[in-house]
Design a protein around this ligand. Structure first.
Ligand code: RB5
Length: 160
């Protein structure tokens, strides 16, 4: 699978997106800028779609999405099958969501998280591997729920 990290953001994520891309390029990490290209107001679902659809379809392994808070991007991205988008506000969350959730999209809030903190989050998210083991059980449940819910059904699980 293509290891290029696709990065997209709306106007609220534009400034931080530039810093993220600069870091990736300076560290020779393959990346692709999927817009937006200014602080002019745009609609975040369109930009989430660029990255989340590529992850969902298996065209790329991982992506990064930015908006003002990171919330809109994470809401949109998590509508796509096989996407596990994580809004991270600290390196600890970034570490745990890679290790436990096998996060494949990092969401950041351009007007919430400062540049230094965002880079620390990014480094942790990039360098942490999925632990597997007991976490496979929860990821399996996510897949099972996704299959039922995305075909208009209920998730009929055995727990409650
Ligand atoms: C845009 O103003 C803002 O709503 C967006 O960037 C994002 O934070 C939404 O969740």
């Amino acid at each position: 699978m293509d290891q290029t990290i696709w990065v997209a953001g709306d106007h609220g994520g534009y400034i931080l997106k530039k810093e993220i891309l600069l870091y990736l390029k300076n560290n020779s990490i393959p990346c692709l800028d999927c817009g937006t290209d200014s602080e002019e107001i745009v609609r975040y679902p369109y930009y989430a779609d660029k990255v989340a659809s590529a992850v969902s379809e298996g065209r790329i392994e991982r992506g990064i999405l930015l908006c003002s808070t990171g919330v809109g991007m994470s809401i949109m991205a998590n509508r796509y099958p096989r996407v596990r988008a994580s809004l991270c506000t600290s390196p600890t969350v970034a570490h745990l969501t890679r290790a436990h959730n096998n996060s494949n999209i990092l969401c950041l809030g351009g007007r919430i998280t400062g540049g230094m903190e965002a880079l620390a989050i990014l480094k942790e998210w990039l360098s942490t591997g999925y632990e597997g083991g007991r976490h496979d059980i929860s990821l399996g449940l996510l897949e099972e729920a996704e299959r039922s819910l995305c075909t208009g059904g209920k998730w009929n699980h055995r727990n409650g």
